[in-house]
Write a protein that binds this ligand. Structure first.
Ligand code: FAD
Length: 388
């Protein structure tokens, strides 16, 4: 347990992982399976919904399989086609692999259960507030000074481990809603991930488990203001621009009381290391790839693997950041460039026309903007003896 604040800051002879999304539990599982003491703090008492398109790339599935997570048991659905949509037209093409899709609420809960089963001391409902210069972590319930600290708090910064957003693309607003589509629209969407491009942003639409559809999108703040900051009005405005989206949403029933919203996601961020930092950054705290790639979860798991590896082999934090930069820097840079270009008017139409003419272009674009299969294979087959 965490000691109360009044008794000073006790030492913890192990790794404290802060954040129980994907990167945190994955690192905790690998460390615990290697016999290391691990404690994990997650601020939510029970798993909650997260802003995420919930598209699991082939690479993300590989990491989850290594960890022993059974996507079938969670009811994950299969997706093997991409449909690119603009105001004027749509084109579909095979993805070239079978992606899966499952709600983060189910996935994150399963990851925390796996971490507990692996032997990590998982504490839910504990919020870390600050990391002090000597490496102590002050939390809602007390404080601790761990031998090593892994910070995997996603988009939320922890005081003392600030994230510098310089050089990133972070002006858009993100929204996510679950919808019950009409049976016809559900049938049309089934097996597809739809990437819907519109003025000032884009949306991802796909089915998740239990016949729900996930609509997750980024819009410009101007558009949000123009529609009076009203989500229903915003959807109507997007539907007026893209009839395909209006058709999908006709008769759809929202499944959440209100949509989830986020701002300031630092797309393009890649932490290159900083001597003297009191903790290691994992997942979105270390690197943020544009959402359209559907590779953020894979990158979070990849970083967790590299960090666990560097800790267990004694290679250290700087070696971990160097490796992460080598593995992910190119894809993050190219995807961020492409996301910036996508905001140029008319480009979406050209992309759809190109995909309609040459369906394999989708696969080429995916290869260009995601971690290379070689880097993923190297990380998965690392020699340290990390148990899968
Ligand atoms: C709009 C959008 C769409 C996306 N779509 C996709 C997609 O389709 N496919 C894909 O692969 N990726 C997608 N991503 C990216 C993906 O969601 C993230 O990259 C991934 O969730 C990062 O995992 P993580 O473990 O770093 O952080 P998270 O999954 O965010 O987990 C962080 C955890 O830390 C906890 N936490 C935060 N602060 C504290 C604290 N102080 N103390 C204790 N706990 C704390 C949180 O409650 C949370 O559970 C999308 C991202 C966005 C913004």
């Amino acid at each position: 347990m965490i000691a109360p604040l009044v008794s000073g800051t006790p030492r913890y002879a192990g790794t404290l992982v802060v954040g129980g999304g994907l990167a945190g539990p994955a690192a905790a599982i690998w460390l615990a399976r290697a016999g290391r003491p691990v404690q994990l703090w997650e601020r939510e008492r029970i798993a909650t919904h997260k802003i995420c398109g919930e598209f699991l790339s082939w690479e993300a599935q590989g990491w989850l399989a290594d960890l022993g997570l059974d996507l079938d048991a969670l009811g994950a659905v299969a997706i093997d086609r991409l449909r690119l949509v603009t105001a004027e037209r749509a084109a579909a093409a095979p993805l070239g692999f079978t992606a899966r899709s499952v709600t983060r609420r189910s996935l994150d809960a399963a990851m925390l259960d796996l971490a507990s089963a692996a032997g990590a001391d998982v504490q839910r409902g504990v919020t870390a507030r600050e990391v002090t210069a000597d490496g102590s972590v002050v939390a809602s319930h007390g404080s601790l000074r761990p031998d090593q600290l892994f910070v995997a708090t996603g988009k939320h910064n922890l005081r003392g481990i600030g994230r510098d957003g310089e050089g990133t693309l972070n002006h858009q607003l993100g929204f996510k809603a679950y919808l019950r589509l009409s049976p016809e629209q559900r049938a049309e969407l089934s097996g597809h991930v739809e990437l819907i491009l519109f003025d000032g942003g884009y949306a991802g639409l796909q089915m998740v488990e239990r016949d729900a559809a996930n609509l997750c999108f980024l819009v410009s703040p101007e558009r949000w203001r123009r529609t009076g900051g009203d989500f229903t009005a915003l959807l109507a405005d997007l539907g007026a621009e893209v009839p395909h989206l209006a058709r999908r949403l006709e008769g759809a029933v929202p499944l959440l009381d209100r949509p989830l919203a986020i701002s300031g996601v630092p797309y393009g961020f890649l932490f290159r290391g900083g001597a003297g930092e009191p903790g290691w950054r994992l997942g979105d705290q270390a690197a943020v790839i544009p959402s359209f790639t559907g590779d953020g979860m894979s990158l979070a798991l990849h970083s967790a693997r590299l960090a666990a590896e560097a800790l267990l082999t004694g290679a250290g934090a700087e070696a971990y950041y160097r490796r992460l930069g080598r593995d992910a820097g190119g894809a993050i840079g190219r995807a961020t460039f492409l996301q910036r270009q996508s905001e140029r008017p008319g480009l979406g139409g050209k992309a759809v026309a190109a995909l309609a003419a040459i369906p394999s272009l989708g696969r080429v674009a995916a290869r260009f903007t995601r971690l290379s299969p070689r880097a993923v294979a190297r990380a998965r087959n690392a020699l340290s003896g990390l148990k899968r």
